[in-house]
Design a protein around this ligand. Sequence first.
Ligand code: ADP
Length: 234
Amino acid sequence: MIYFDGVYKRYAGPREAWVLENIDLGVDVGEMVFLLGPSGAGKSTFLKLVTLEERPSRGRVRVQQFDSATIRRRDIPSLRRRCGMVYQDFRLIRDKTVEENVAYVLQMTGVLNRDLLRTETRRVLNRVGLFAKRNEFPENLSGGEQQRAAIARALVHQPTIILADEPTGNLDPEMGAEIMQILRHVNLSGATVLVATHDAELAERFGDRLIALEAGKLKADRRIRRPPQRGPED
Ligand code: ADP
């Protein structure tokens, strides 16, 4: 569902090196993929190419029926609606409660019916275990809770792709693992999930597949073998 065909990216500016260089890969529906690499490797840029927040300098990016080479400007919002974004710094609105933060996204997509807003918002807050905190403001939540609120916000418009950029970067390891569990559940219920991280251990633990980037180049792309889940009888 996501294809990078010979993608090169460089930003305009004094330092015109390639930020991504000749990236060729495809991600299937339902995969949970980790983009692994140190800071500056090009992971965020990769995610921004998926939503076409950035355009490839060469090559093309295809996401479902959208193609960076041919997409019309007016169709970009439609692509973005299929994507849910999660960031390292949560990006919640400080003067809105958790519930208002989540509902706001739906309002922006044109959902104005109060009952529908409430049902959909509470559905995702339940899903991330944050229903009880729905009336809190972000500053009264722990980092892990803020990230759960941000995941609820990313899920509320039912995207098919979740893009998470260092989602555990501001969290201690325990909360980080909790956030990964939630993303894993989201993945198991059908979403394709891409997580950018520099944390190899998390990637190994939670991913199906690991794509390693180094200075903009694809260094490795491998499936992570997991032990089969067996019941006591087999
Ligand atoms: P990562 O997410 O792996 O840390 P990024 O994709 O953020 O990597 O950045 C890769 C490289 O591109 C870095 O050298 C960074 O400075 C540069 N870069 C990122 N965004 C921009 C931008 N908007 N303009 C110019 N250079 C950028």
